[in-house]
Ligand binder design. Structure first.
Ligand code: ZN
Ligand code: MN
Length: 477
């Protein structure tokens, strides 16, 4: 881009909440139910006279998220009817929240948050049968939490795309840590929409914004934002700015482009009004917010700080544990056995490189017990095995969980650290390789490594290389 444009991005993220029952009825909330129209009742089918009852657990989940992002929990909240006609919304309206969302404000991963409100999910339309469509109401009325961020302005589409996808990633992690949503994007449990607009003037109102939907991976969040900015940029450059209209566009993953779906309605079109069937909510009375705050589980951000302070490991290694809580629990158990920061660091190196590598190359590989892994690290730290030996033993214990000391003893790979014993072996090697010794004495430093290799081979790999080097240097004058 030659000319400068300012890019403004806002995100809207819907997440299905993990609750036993649906938002306003007693039907099972089961995202894995494959038999259509199984978990349904007069309430979620919108039969006349059926009355909704709010699910307290769902409200509690939204409050948890609000507390975790440092937001305000509304004292007063209520549900509204958002009126529109579509076959997947049989009541003719969706129960949502407009004026009084449960959560206001907050901050996460470089973005400020406007609000989080609670609504109900729609049914699923199936259009893949030819001339007709089918509707599955299993999802109708599932609690759906919607987060809206503040608009953020960026100077490049790369930066905008990165901040947006990072935010979505961090939010997904947080929902999992709080155990409020599975937030699986491929399954549609978390759905990201990006509002995109550009402007040549930083302070002036941006172009009409476009809402991009169907972003079902972090990659597609990035690609769709970059694509949309580029599309708008071209229209600006060609003087066709007026062709940028407020609309909803869908991201086509196969074609890697956005496609216009419909011109966007404004909130007035929905004629929101408070749902007379549902009670007003006094959240500060209904929930013990202080207690909920105290009992919040550790967030990904808090865990990063703790790992950095307690274990002093690299940021990218910390991310391995942040993204894999099972791995993190295993690592922490190992650390509790080792009881030493330096040893913890070494253990972490072996986990994030060797262990993860072994798991990738062999699906049979699994966690050895923390006790055995800790024993492996102790043997290494005490120089009883070489780093080569440690890697070999690790490859064995991920397939069959055994004591590394027993393996090292059985396979005779315990390192020889006894200088007296090694000295005579080194002497033999020097005598047998006088040509190599001469080359080394002639100034070729590398020749020494060849002698080290021969010595280690002579000990079946058990000689401590550091001691061998020291002895060779000592004995070759
Ligand atoms: Zn129901
Ligand atoms: Mn919504």
């Amino acid at each position: 881009m030659e000319k400068k444009y300012y890019i403004t991005i806002g995100l809207e993220i819907h997440a299905e909440l993990k609750t036993n029952t649906k938002m306003f009825c007693g039907c099972k909330n089961d995202p894995d139910e494959i038999k259509p129209n199984t978990n349904i009742c007069p309430v979620c089918m919108a039969h006349p006279g059926a009355l909704p009852v709010p699910n307290k657990k769902a409200i509690e989940n939204v409050i948890k998220v609000g507390l975790a992002i440092g937001a305000q929990i509304a004292d007063f909240s209520e549900f509204d009817r958002k009126n529109y006609f579509y076959p997947d919304i049989p009541k003719g309206y969706q129960i949502s929240q407009l004026k009084y969302p449960i959560v206001k404000g907050g901050h996460l991963a470089d973005m400020d948050i406007t609000r989080i409100h609670l609504e109900e999910d729609t049914a699923n339309n199936k259009h893949d049968r030819g001339d007709f469509s089918l509707i599955d109401f299993n999802r109708a009325g599932v609690p759906l939490m919607e987060l809206v961020t503040e608009p953020h302005t960026f100077e490049t589409s790369e930066e905008a795309a990165k901040v947006a996808s990072n935010f979505a990633k961090e939010y997904q992690l947080l929902l999992k840590y709080l155990d409020v949503s599975e937030a699986n994007m491929e399954k549609g449990e978390m759905r990201v929409e990006a509002n995109v607009s550009i402007s040549p003037d930083k302070d002036k109102k941006w172009s009409q914004y476009v809402e991009v939907k169907n972003l079902n991976s972090f990659k597609s969040v990035e690609r769709a934002i970059k694509y949309e900015v580029e599309r708008m940029y071209k229209l600006f450059e060609e003087g066709k700015e007026s062709e940028i209209v407020k609309e909803t566009r869908g991201w086509d993953e196969a074609k890697q482009k956005t496609i216009s779906q419909r011109k966007k309605e404004s909130s007035e079109d929905y004629r929101y009004f408070p749902d007379p069937d549902l009670p007003k909510m006094k959240l500060h009375e209904a929930f013990d917010l202080e207690k909920m705050k105290r009992e919040l589980p550790e967030s990904p951000a808090q865990k990063r700080v703790r790992y950095k302070e307690n274990f002093g490991i690299k940021d990218e290694d910390i991310e391995s544990y942040i993204n894999d809580t099972e791995l993190a629990m295993w690592f922490e158990k190992i650390v509790s056995i080792l009881k030493d920061k330096e040893k913890a660091k070494i253990a972490s190196n072996y986990i994030t490189t060797d262990y993860i590598g072994l798991k990738k190359s062999n699906t049979e590989a699994h966690f050895p017990s923390a006790e055995n892994f800790a024993e492996l690290i102790e043997l290494l730290v005490e120089n009883k095995i070489s780093s080569r030996g440690a890697k070999d033993i690790l490859a064995m214990i991920v397939l069959k969980d055994e004591s590394p000391l027993k393996i090292a003893t059985d396979k005779n790979i315990l390192q020889k650290n006894d200088e007296g014993e090694l000295r005579s072996i080194v002497k033999n090697i020097i005598d047998e390789n006088s040509d190599v010794v001469a080359i080394y004495q002639g100034g070729k430093e590398n020749a020494l490594m060849s002698l080290v290799g021969k010595t280690i081979k002579a000990t079946n790999g058990s000689a401590n290389p550091q001691i061998v080097i020291k002895l060779l240097k000592e004995l070759i004058k």
